[in-house]
Design a protein around this ligand. Sequence first.
Ligand code: NAP
Ligand code: 8YV
Length: 327
Amino acid sequence: MTEQTKPITVLAVGAINEHVLKRLKSEFACVEIPAGNPSLLTPESAGQVRGLSTMTTQVPAALIDALPNLEVIANFGVGYDAVDARHAGAKGVMVTNTPDVLTEEVADTAIGILINAVRQLPAAENYLRAGRWAKEGPFPLTPLTLRGRKAGIFGMGRIGLAIARRLEAFGLPVAYHNRNPVAGVGYEYHETLTGLAEAVDTLISVAPGTASTAKAVNAEVLRALGSNGVFVNIGRGSTVDEAALAAALANGTIAAAGLDVFADEPRVSQALLDAPNASLVPHVGSASVHTRLAMADLCVDNLVSWFTRHRAITPVPETAHVAARKG
Ligand code: NAP
Ligand code: 8YV
């Protein structure tokens, strides 16, 4: 393959997974730029780019437009909100992502964050490490428990289903909200997110970051979740009105939250940092060596497949119609 692909220029945009970069450098002519800004390329080098890869760095329409021979964008991650995929599709540029290979890892993490939020395990560990167990006695009983809870999933897709299976094993009834009910899935469906929040006390968001999900988890949804409510976000920070969430945590509108993703990563709002009833982790949903390696391989395999077999392995829906160029 390398012989066939080596003359092809692939642009690595922004901070890129180490294994992705290693493979790009060995299998393609790899050019790195630190941001998705077209002014970082000369017109000559822009004209040579046929493939592009990004991890979390934005790939805006302006960058796509500045690369006249661009054929394919390989996104590291199943969520591809960093890439203007609609614009790519309109210009005949394929976009790929990394579904499935991370599903079980991210679902495991979601359950971990839920238990951390409900049973305060990070605080309990800090208590032990600070020597307080020996000095002050047992860690206080947690006011919250998973027992008797009913879970609602916002975004019952690949990862949502994997979370639901785990919740069932924990003995929790599951309901969900998507724009459309999922065929063959027996969980209780709610047409609206507020309706779902009213029906459950544990809301897990694993919805993608799109225009239609922006700040969908708002004050009304959190009020509907109620004072015993626990909110977990493993999807995208943009799906939450973070000011409303911080207020809901501070004034008892909901009881607790577990968050892996934030609106302005890697910055986390001070109001959330100040919330003792929020358990916060730095976007580690898929962050094991095992899973990141599988994602990296799928990301680069998509580029190799595009240039050698003229098809993408995992195209995103907005570009599923895009065909490889002849010649
Ligand atoms: P998926 O299979 O495409 O599932 C997404 C689900 O969200 C679909 O069932 C879709 O159903 C629903 N949805 C989309 N827009 C919606 C809207 N406006 N209102 C209600 N439901 C909506 O994707 P996945 O593989 O499960 O991944 C989901 C997301 O998880 C990714 O996009 C990514 O942002 C996030 N993620 C985070 C991490 C992490 O490390 N924290 C890791 C991996 C993924 P309908 O089309 O019927 O609405
Ligand atoms: C990645 C993710 O960590 O796949 C996704 O959508 O959010 C994570 O698995 C991220 O995309 C890149 O760091």
